[in-house]
Design a binder for this molecule. Sequence first.
Ligand SMILES: NC(=O)c1ccc[n+]([C@@H]2O[C@H](COP(=O)([O-])OP(=O)(O)OC[C@H]3O[C@@H](n4cnc5c(N)ncnc54)[C@H](OP(=O)(O)O)[C@@H]3O)[C@@H](O)[C@H]2O)c1
Length: 258
Amino acid sequence: MKTAFITGATSGIGLAFAKLLSEQGYALILHGRNQSKLDELEKTLPNVQLTITADLSISQQVAQLITELENYQDQISIAINNAGFGLYGKDLDLKGSDVEAMLAVNISALTTLSRYFSKTMAKYGSGYILNVASTAAYQPQPYFAAYAATKAYVASFTEALAVEMKSSGVTLTCLSPGRTNTGFYTFDGVDAAKDSSGTFDMKHRADPAKIAELGLKSMFKGKLREIPLLENKFFIFLNRVLPRSVVLKMYEQAMQNI
Ligand SMILES: NC(=O)c1ccc[n+]([C@@H]2O[C@H](COP(=O)([O-])OP(=O)(O)OC[C@H]3O[C@@H](n4cnc5c(N)ncnc54)[C@H](OP(=O)(O)O)[C@@H]3O)[C@@H](O)[C@H]2O)c1
């Protein structure tokens, strides 16, 4: 039985990955911040080999997580860097420490883990790494400024590293979901359920199970990137061909009226 490691497996898209890979017979090493949520998962999901808690915004805890993974490096054939969060609002209104924590989770921890798994998997000549970015990666987003920039980093870093790893047997894939129905939309001071602007639209969010399924499919094919669903592909294409000033105006209007 091969093993899959997933960060942020306690909810949303991460949990959907865990369920799908468990159904496919993978043993699971699940990461989360909350041990009681992980204990619950251990009871409900078959094939949970190990659970590890770590706050990925704290570099010592990322290092500790890697130490715990050392004994399993010959078994882990899939690593999914999924944990992440967003901060919504005018950038200067956000708390500096919260922004730093977001950069640490979305960028630093993901980079450290991608480098670790690229190295260890290359020793065995095979492996899949799936990094979760966002459609926010593909254009600047006022009121989501730092979050969108972290995801631009994820997409850029993952694709470039994938090319460097191409003769190692290890593939890296970047998954960029659009709005998905998870716990992601819990921002300080914003009731996403009451958002009438459409930005955090509750009705048209994708099912995390579908997003995870599409991500895994592309990962197993060794594709560089997966942008799930036609409307997301369309908007990313549009944002690429429109002048940047127009794109910025569109996002300014969409994001500020909440
Ligand atoms: N939902 C969307 O619309 C959407 C769209 C594009 C991209 N994404 C990306 O998809 C990924 C998964 O998010 P989701 O939508 O499934 O949201 P979610 O339900 O809130 O899940 C996020 C996961 O990340 C973990 N996490 C957050 N901060 C952490 C920290 N400091 N240390 C360790 N773990 C931490 C959470 O753990 P706790 O449960 O313990 O907090 C949780 O397991 C994220 O990278 C997100 O940016 C989501």
